[in-house]
Design a protein around this ligand. Structure first.
Ligand code: PA5
Length: 449
């Protein structure tokens, strides 16, 4: 199979062959720990088998649901936060037309997101657009109790009821949630919304290959069969061996940890195509929430080059030497635009006239890599033949498995997120949520002037 590759040639001088060979021993421990389900958080490993486990019946149900929503909607609003929305957004933004919302006669509904923050200006602006458009809602919350999506859903459900009447509105809402628990499940049952299940053993940030990611992207016209095919092939490869010469996720986990142990505690995910911005956001969530605990973990950061070379570029080249970079290196773009010849040549660009922009972008990528390596920033590249659903499927599984292996190497549980409860407890105390009376009294005392 043609597949994405991890290219570590620019790690020369930072990670040597002996270190990699020595590290293989650790991979030989964590690989079976993960795939035999013996490690920490092993009740959250359902994602390991999502690509191979999905049935034809489930795919058809999702495709039919998407078709139904597409037929009645100019806009599909996806409500969710964190792992409940970032995967879908990453896949759609990577593949859609950059200005789809400005094109006339679009074949796909526009997918818009809500419930991923608490901005009332955003929601007001959104409802003004929804006043003028036919729309439907996919509301996603595994717990069914997360505050941000619950607020957005309450508001947009009222808007939908007012616009279409309650009966029609309930046909325009699809819920993706736990199979039996949570407020959203209760509401979905009472109102008769079509419902899809987030499996018990799949955490939010590992859920993109479940209905959480598949239904929204199918609504946006994304080929979920190709996505699953790519993920499934990567699943087979990664499961088959811990050998880092054959298993790119194992190699990625090894290299990250070798660098981390040498003081490189910050990983920048680098892209050279703005459409990959949300792939980085998804990756940041996956790695940040999985590894950042017990006062350890590589800090995941993201930059879009060449844009950010004009801002963060200075720091990366010359600031604190704690950084390594992983570049999403895409070989082939969808389009080709050549730089035209210009007789006056006032901008001095004739030396690259006739070259296409991807060639120039690739030279920027290589030049930047070499400069950063010279500046003591180790670099590795994930070579992606092109941005298609098939290769994105490979990439998703590669990153998920790489994260789990890396988390086990760090000796943390990569499937919990105890730290995210702290802000919620304070927010609930400040808002006076029932059940938080003691916390409310304590926090009022703490913030007293
Ligand atoms: O990865 C995670 O577990 C989190 O980011 C969750 O996806 C996020 O907090 C949303 O949770 P829920 O789906 O329960 O609303």
């Amino acid at each position: 199979m043609k597949q994405i590759q991890l290219d570590i040639r620019h790690l020369n001088g930072f990670v040597n062959q002996e270190e990699l060979i020595a590290f293989q021993k650790e991979l030989n421990v964590v690989h079976p720990m993960l795939f035999n389900k013996k490690g920490k958080g092993n009740d959250f490993l359902g994602w390991l088998d999502l690509p191979s486990g999905i049935t034809e019946e489930e795919i058809v149900r999702i495709e039919n649901e998407a078709q139904r929503l597409r037929a009645m909607s100019d806009i599909v609003v996806v409500i969710g936060i964190g792992g409940s929305y970032l995967g879908a957004r990453a896949l759609l933004e990577a593949t859609k037309h950059s200005f789809s919302h400005m094109l006339k006669n679009q074949e796909n509904p526009e997918i818009i997101y809500a419930g991923h923050h608490i901005s009332q200006d955003y929601l007001q602006d959104l409802t003004e657009v929804l006043d003028q458009k036919n729309y439907s809602i996919i509301v996603i919350s595994k717990s069914g109790t997360t505050t941000e999506p619950a607020i957005a859903f309450r508001l947009l459900k009222n808007h939908l009821d007012a616009k279409y009447g309650r009966e029609e509105a309930s046909k325009r809402i699809v819920a993706i949630t736990d199979k039996e628990r949570g407020a959203l499940k209760k509401l979905a049952t009472e109102e008769g919304y079509p419902t899809y299940v987030v499996p018990d053993d799949v955490g939010g940030r590992y859920s993109v290959l479940s209905p959480v990611g598949l239904l929204p992207v199918a609504c946006g016209g994304f080929d979920i069969r190709a996505l699953i095919k790519g993920a499934k092939e990567m699943e087979e490869l990664i499961k088959s061996t811990p050998d880092m010469e054959k298993n790119p996720a194992a190699k990625y986990a090894a290299v990250r940890n070798i660098l981390y142990r040498k003081g490189k505690a910050v990983e920048f995910m680098v892209n050279y195509l703005p459409s990959l911005y949300y792939i980085t956001e998804w990756w940041k969530q996956l790695y940040g929430e999985s590894e950042g605990k017990q006062s350890r973990g590589i800090l995941p950061h993201g930059v879009s080059f060449t844009t950010d070379l004009h801002s963060m570029g200075q720091y990366i080249q010359d600031g604190l030497r704690v950084i390594f970079e992983t570049t999403l290196s895409v070989e082939k773009t969808k389009h080709k635009i050549n730089i035209p010849q210009d007789d006056a040549n006032l901008d001095g660009l004739n030396y690259i006239a006739g070259k296409d922009l991807q060639y120039v972008n690739k030279m920027a990528e290589l030049g930047t890599t070499l400069a950063h390596v010279d500046g003591n920033v180790p670099n590795m590249h994930i070579r992606i033949p092109e941005i298609t659903p098939y290769y994105l499927g490979q990439l998703i599984y590669f990153f998920e498995a790489g994260c789990a292996l890396s988390g086990y190497i760090l000796d943390v549980n990569p499937f919990d997120q105890p730290g995210v409860e702290d802000y919620k407890r304070n927010m609930f105390a400040l808002l006076g949520k029932p059940g938080f009376e003691k916390e409310t009294a304590a926090i009022q005392e703490r913030i007293k002037e």
